[in-house]
Structures are given as C-alpha cells and as structure tokens.
Ligand binder design. Structure first.
Ligand code: ZN
Length: 273
C-alpha cells in the first residue's frame, strides 16, 4: 500500500463555494451561509432538533421537501406556513399537516435558552446558551452587549464572545429575531436567578461523605447558589473538599497527596454566610 497525502476538498460539495478555514479551527467550512442548500438544511435541522425547538411532526425529510418546494428558506418562514399550501404537497396528508402546524404552535412556548441555542450561533452550544440567558435575561440585552462584558461571564471565552457580537451585528439576524418575536416565540428567560452571593466564585468544590445538617444535594445546590462549581473528582485544580462523615479513604488520601484543603460542614457554612 502506498501512503497517500491526505486530500482536502477545497470547494463545498453543495454550492461549490470555496471553503475557508479560520485560524485555530480544525475544520474547513462553507462561508456561503445564505444560499448554500446544505447549510440551509443544516440550519433547519439544528433548529428543530430535540435539544433546541424539538418540533413534533417536523423531521428532516419534511424540511427538505419544504425547502425544495420553496416554502421555507429562513427559520422564521416556518411560522408562516399555511395549511392550504402544505396540503398541496405530495406526502402531506391532512393529519400530518395538522400535526406539523400544532407542533409549530407549541414550539412558541419553548424556553428562551433552547430557542437561543436553536438559532445556531457559532460556538453557542446548549450550555453557553443557558449561561447567556441566565446572565442577560432578554434577547435585547444580548443584542446590546459587547465583547468586554461577555468575556467577564463565566464560561464565555473570547472566541464565543466575538461570535455572539458578530452574529447580532448583522441586520439580517436582527430582522430574523424580530420576525420570530412577532410570531410569539420566547425571547425572555424564565430561568430564575438563584445566585445568593459570590463567596465561592471561581471555586471548584468536591462534596464527599455524609453530613449532619444538610443533605449532599442541598450542599451542592448551596455551592451553586454562591457561585461555586461542583466537581466529582479531586484533582490539583480542586479548591477544597467539603467532607462529611465517612469520606472515602482513597478520596481522603488523594486530597492529602494533592494538598487540597479539606473543610467541614461548619466551616463551609461560615464561608457562605
Ligand atoms: Zn456550501
């Protein structure tokens, strides 16, 4: 066997645009976000996916059909689909048409964080979408923020911040948001801000053992409410171990080996008060 040099494709197989690669990204991508059929389809598939809008009665095949028939090209078009137009399509019987329209109607109640994830902003995955909703509450606050403010948010790095600002700097995306908003989708977060203090901000905490006053679940919740992060195993990055009775001997040994501080329930309660 000869070993051949890896051949990279240089043009998008769907629209023939020249592929580009950004510094630091492993993959080439098609820059033609507006008219590349593969990207349009991918955009819809992401929007309707389970972790995003999770629309009943709408799958990849129907999406493809609706695109080919020219009924949709922007995700906002979904909310303007009419029963009489759908019934004209092959494969769309009355029942599936009703299901699809009902699924779309229900999706208007999908929480903001899943809608934000569904928009398909580069680098904004499920977790980042949640973080943004929790911190900014409304789409307007996200639209009006800047890179400096974004990077100060936990879990938001420069790459994500730039991508978010770039997305909302484009008028076509603002237009899309406005149409979706007029269709009645949720652009205000219902996530309650449960933050009580920032006493544990930036701390990575392991909870282990059985406690006197609180259950382990309650303590973990308290850690989050005070800005800390729960992690499951001890490493050199662990800030401290909150240890109750019967902490596993191997865990204890590990904490001692790595010189990670071990504190009691009482000491913990003082820290957060
Ligand atoms: Zn393309």
């Amino acid at each position: 066997m000869f070993s051949q040099p890896t051949a990279y494709i240089q043009h998008c197989p769907a629209c023939f645009s020249e592929l580009v690669r950004k510094d630091g990204d492993a993959k080439h991508y098609c820059p033609n976000t507006d008219t590349c059929p593969a990207q349009i389809k991918a955009k819809f598939e992401h929007f309707i996916s389970r972790k995003a809008m999770n629309i009943d009665g709408l799958g990849g095949e129907t999406i493809e059909l609706l695109i080919t028939e020219g009924l949709i090209s922007e995700i906002s078009d979904l909310y303007y689909l009419k029963k009489q137009d759908l019934l004209l399509l092959e494969r769309m019987a009355e029942k599936s048409t009703d299901n699809l329209l009902l699924g779309l109607e229900k999706s208007k109640q999908v929480p903001f964080e899943r809608l934000l994830f569904g928009l398909g902003i580069r680098y904004v995955g499920e977790t980042v979408a949640k973080v943004l909703c929790k911190r900014f509450k409304t789409i307007d606050a996200i639209i009006n923020t800047d890179i400096e403010t974004l990077v100060e948010v936990d879990e938001i790095g420069g790459k994500i911040a730039e991508s978010v600002v770039l997305y909302f700097s484009k008028q076509e995306n603002i237009d899309l948001i406005n149409i979706l908003r007029n269709s009645g989708l949720q652009f205000v977060s219902a996530i309650e801000d449960t933050t009580k203090s920032e006493n544990l901000k930036g701390m990575k905490i392991v909870v282990s053992g059985v406690f006197e006053q609180y259950s382990r679940a309650e303590l973990k919740k308290m850690i989050e409410e005070h800005g800390g992060k729960n992690i499951s195993s001890i490493s050199k990055n662990t800030t401290f171990v909150l240890a109750g009775n019967n902490m596993g001997p191997s865990k204890k040994q590990k904490a001692e080996d790595l010189k990670v501080e071990i504190i009691t329930e009482e000491e913990f309660l003082v820290k957060i008060s």
